[in-house]
Design a protein around this ligand. Structure first.
Ligand SMILES: O=C(O)CCC(=O)C(=O)O
Ligand SMILES: [Fe+2]
Length: 175
């Protein structure tokens, strides 16, 4: 929060009263015939504030800034990967961008396991860009939303990523 010039305690209480969701993912070894590429998890960004991830072997890939290349995140024994999620993108008014990531299973003989811990707020806790980050020169770039809105979006079958539906562009303002 301090890197955003916000107080260190900004949202502290809301986070403490929020939710920590944990997903355990298992990617079975691929068969020889599928060896070229096996997408374990399709490209997405997480809805969390941040995601803390432990992977048993490599396979996680993140899209680099120019959105052209996938970069493999190496598995370093004992290390955790921290991913910026959509909530942090919104509250930072776009200063931090949520990370587009996917999982490719390449091993023919090893099951890949990962444990992802999603640091989230409560179901009805609304997130908007921090007021301190919005002024005449920096317009509000995201609509307000909560976890319930995200879950509704998820079951709606809408293919557009949730974060894209929150973005306020110049065109939106002129309308
Ligand atoms: O298995 C991984 O490394 C990542 C899984 C993931 O992206 C997720 O559960 O949201
Ligand atoms: Fe993810």
């Amino acid at each position: 929060m301090e890197s955003l010039s916000l107080e260190a305690t900004y949202l502290k209480e809301n986070i403490e009263q929020g939710m920590q969701m944990v997903a355990i993912n298992s990617y079975p070894p691929i068969s020889e015939s599928k060896k070229v590429q096996n997408i374990g998890v399709q490209p997405h960004s997480d809805h969390s504030i941040i995601t803390i991830l432990l992977q048993s072997s490599s396979g996680l890939q993140v899209k680099e800034k120019t959105k052209k290349k996938w970069i493999s995140v190496p598995e370093l024994k004992g290390s955790l990967v921290v991913l910026v999620g959509d909530r942090l993108e919104v509250l930072s008014n776009g200063k931090y961008k949520s990370v587009l990531h996917r999982v490719i299973q390449t091993s023919c003989d090893e099951t890949r396991l990962s444990i992802a811990s999603f640091l989230s707020l409560g179901m009805d806790e609304v997130v908007v860009p921090a007021i301190k980050l919005v002024d005449e020169d920096h317009w509000q770039k995201y609509h307000a939303s909560n976890l319930r809105d995200f879950l509704k979006h998820l079951v709606s079958g809408e293919s557009k990523p949730f974060i894209e539906t929150l973005k306020i562009t110049c065109a939106t303002i002129e309308e």
